[in-house]
Design a protein around this ligand. Sequence first.
Ligand code: BGC
Length: 248
Amino acid sequence: MSSKHEHGFGVDIGGSGIKGAPVDLEKGRLADDRVRIPTPQPSTPESVAETVAEILDEFGWTGPFGCTFPAVVQHGVTRTAANVDPSWIDCDAAGVLQRVTGRQALLVNDADAAGVAEAEFGAAGSADGVVLLATLGTGIGTALVVNGRLVPNTEFGHLEIDGFDAESRAADSARERDDLGWEEWGERLTRYFTHVENLLWPDLIVVGGGVSKKFDKWSPHVRTRTRMVPATLLNEAGIVGAALLARR
Ligand code: BGC
């Protein structure tokens, strides 16, 4: 653990697990091994907040913390709930987290947190202009970072393409569900990213999510005019980004 640098704390709330760790804010890395606890079912705000408190207690962290959430978050209020309990819709989630944990909480969309971390410390670091981060997992999360500033809650995973909610065809879960080979999935990703780049004309596309580790296998089958690179912070990006935003 590097004690010379300022530390923050990040928590990543997902549909199946809740993970947290202290973060070295200068290096943009976890400062200790992360703790993971399965997401309670049903994943109501109250029970999730109790799990978050357990993780903070585990590290004896009493300061402010940042927390990701896999849905739209406007000023601490969760507006959607694509892969979590519907009781999060229009919930003052930051308020619940603060009350239950007794610490100051900053809540942010999961892809937005990852985008901030990649822009500051990872794959998007050197890029000027418009950077689109897309996380391919259960759904498709997106973050738009313009000259280092985040435009929050872009939700481009829910564009309607060919009559489908885009993530239901092109997310990694769709690849698994439909048992697609890399080439077949690459076709779907080409359709998805071509649509997105025609709307946004980004300068760089960063792809995150677990499957970004296999970038070399599927990316040759994706044809985009925009340069595409894998995320570099991988499964730490959400935790790092949330901690960074909580400090800001
Ligand atoms: C949600 C996004 C989220 C993404 C990744 C989508 O279904 O609408 O808010 O960022 O999944 O978790």
